[in-house]
Every structure is written in structure tokens, then in C-alpha cells.
Design a protein around this ligand. Structure first.
Ligand SMILES: C[S@@+](CC[C@H](N)C(=O)[O-])C[C@H]1O[C@@H](n2cnc3c(N)ncnc32)[C@H](O)[C@@H]1O
Length: 277
């Protein structure tokens, strides 16, 4: 890893892996839609880059079924262990995980599809990483990347009516993610990233949830995600929250939103799909 490699999310603490699980739940519907839109289905061989705790690979594994296969690659050993355990518990023997850097990954296989979620935002040079991964896709194959477009919430349209607590959280998360070297506009930049990787112009779609009501799991996700960022925040000198003030933030957010009868816009994502000639 080079000096200037973004370090965010590289240490895969248990708390971080659980946050990835919650995030996986939140983004599973858009992920399934993106994979289906790209035509991923029965019998296909799929490569998932930056597979984390396995959610995207497992979602793809269900679509391709046992006649297909999914290989998830990630640089983190703990993430690979966690993802393998999850695939095994789900009985998905055709979903495999291996520890690799994207740039260094070599294989004799070629894949029908390359997929990835929230991974290009953490690359110093996302075009180069995507180009390296796309070498493993066979002619006529498809590439699907799903990336955060978090910066959109910073323009103020994150809640209706305006939630002061959510604004503080959005600001905290954005500052921590940026301080760690990740790109908050990776979703908005996907077209440029595909171009830089030498790929065909993708079709792109922007999605977000408008969450609200007493039963939404979003409040819990927000709390977990703030808690999982406290170490990184301390390293960056961002002291908006500490462990004590972050605990219970999900309940406070729920109370505020329910009392106002309002809604919160979840972290927006863009998914981009391109097919190779
Ligand atoms: C934010 S997590 C997303 C995990 C998963 N794709 C998901 O959506 O749940 C990003 C993952 O990409 C991995 N990662 C980032 N850059 C990588 C690289 N260059 N090579 C391999 N893995 C990488 C990290 O270790 C981390 O597990």
C-alpha cells in the first residue's frame, strides 16, 4: 500500500464489519436492481471487487444460482473470513472469496460480469483500478459499479422538514470520509471513471431512500456508522461526537423525525452499467 492510499475502512474492526452488514441491508434493493438491470442471471461468472463482508457477492450469488459462480476479492483478511462464513451459512458454495489487491489480481478465468460497490470511492486513481479489474471481463461482458454520491446531501436537501441533528451527522460523516481520502462524489464521477478506464459510456441512475416513521432501520444504521467512524474522526481531529454522545443518536434521530412527521434522505448512490463490445 502506498503512502497516499486512502486508509478509510482498511482496518475491518468487528464494528466496521457489522456496519458493512447494516449498509448491505440498506442498499440490497438498489444493488439487486442494478445487477438485474445489467442482465446478471443464471449461470454467469461474476467478479466482485472490494467485496468487504460479502453482501454484494452474496446478492449476485443468488442471481446466478449454483450453475454460475461469484468470486469476491478484497485486500482485508478479516473481511474475507467474514464473507466466507456468511456465504457458507447461506449455503452458497458457488460464492468464493480471495484476498487480493485489485491492481495485483491475476487469474486464468474470464468473467461475464464485473461488479463493485463503494470501492472506487476509496481508490487514489479509480480509473486505473477499474481498468485493471475490467481486464478480467470477457468480450460482450458487463460492468456494474455502485458508488456513493454523498456530497449531494451537503447541499442541504437531506431532510424534510430540516433536521438539525441529521445535518450534524451528515456533516460529521462527510468530513471524516473526506479526511480519510475517500471521494464523496464518486457516484457523480462514474462516467468520467469509466471513460478513464477506457470503457464504453455507461448508463447511470441515481437512487436514495426517503426514510422516516418509527420503524425504519435507518436510524440504527446511522448510529452504527457514526460509532464506526470515531477512530478515524479522532485521527483527523474531528470531535463532533465521542462514544458517549454517539450512543443513542439513532433514538434521538428517530424521535426528532417522528415528532416532525418528516423524512431523511439516505446516502444517495449512483449505479453505472456498461457492456463491452
Ligand atoms: C466500503 S467497503 C465496501 C464493501 C462492499 N463492497 C459493500 O458494499 O458492502 C470497501 C471495501 O473495499 C476494499 N478495498 C478498497 N480498496 C481495495 C483495493 N485496492 N484492493 C482490494 N480491496 C480494496 C476494502 O478493504 C473494503 O472492504
Amino acid at each position: 500500500m502506498s503512502e497516499d492510499t486512502p486508509h478509510y475502512l482498511l482496518d475491518h474492526t468487528d464494528r466496521e464489519l457489522r456496519r458493512l452488514d447494516l449498509q448491505g441491508e440498506l442498499y440490497r434493493d438498489v444493488t439487486t436492481r442494478a445487477l438485474r438491470d445489467a442482465g446478471i442471471g443464471e449461470g454467469m461468472q461474476v467478479l466482485d471487487i472490494g467485496s468487504g463482508s460479502g453482501d454484494v457477492s452474496i446478492t449476485a450469488g443468488r442471481l446466478v444460482g449454483p450453475t454460475g459462480s461469484v468470486l469476491g476479492i478484497d485486500r482485508g483478511a478479516a473481511a474475507i473470513r467474514d464473507a466466507r462464513a456468511k456465504a457458507a451459512a447461506a449455503g452458497l458454495e458457488h460464492v468464493l472469496f480471495e484476498q487480493h489487491e485489485i491492481d495485483d489480481f491475476r487469474t486464468a478465468s474470464s468473467f461475464h460480469a464485473l461488479i463493485g460497490r463503494f470501492v472506487l470511492m476509496h481508490q487514489q486513481d479509480p480509473g486505473r483500478a477499474l481498468r485493471a479489474a475490467a481486464r478480467h471481463v470477457r468480450p460482450g461482458g458487463v460492468i456494474v459499479m455502485i458508488e456513493s454520491h454523498m456530497e449531494l446531501l451537503r447541499t442541504g436537501g437531506h431532510s424534510t422538514p430540516h433536521s438539525p441533528l441529521y445535518e450534524t451527522i451528515v456533516d460529521f460523516k462527510a468530513r471524516v470520509v473526506r479526511a480519510a481520502g475517500a471521494d464523496l462524489e464518486a457516484g457523480g464521477r462514474l462516467r468520467a471513471t469509466f471513460r478513464a478506464a477506457g470503457l464504453p459510456e455507461p448508463t447511470c441512475r441515481l437512487e436514495a431512500h426517503a426514510e422516516g416513521g418509527a420503524d425504519s432501520r435507518y436510524y440504527g444504521y446511522v448510529e452504527q456508522s457514526v460509532l464506526s467512524m470515531l477512530g478515524e474522526a479522532a485521527r483527523a481531529g474531528i470531535d463532533t461526537f465521542d462514544e458517549a454522545s454517539a450512543k443513542g443518536i439513532g433514538d434521538r434521530l428517530r424521535d426528532e423525525v417522528v415528532a416532525a412527521g418528516g423524512s431523511l434522505i439516505s446516502w444517495p448512490v449512483v449505479y453505472a452499467i456498461a457492456r463491452l463490445p
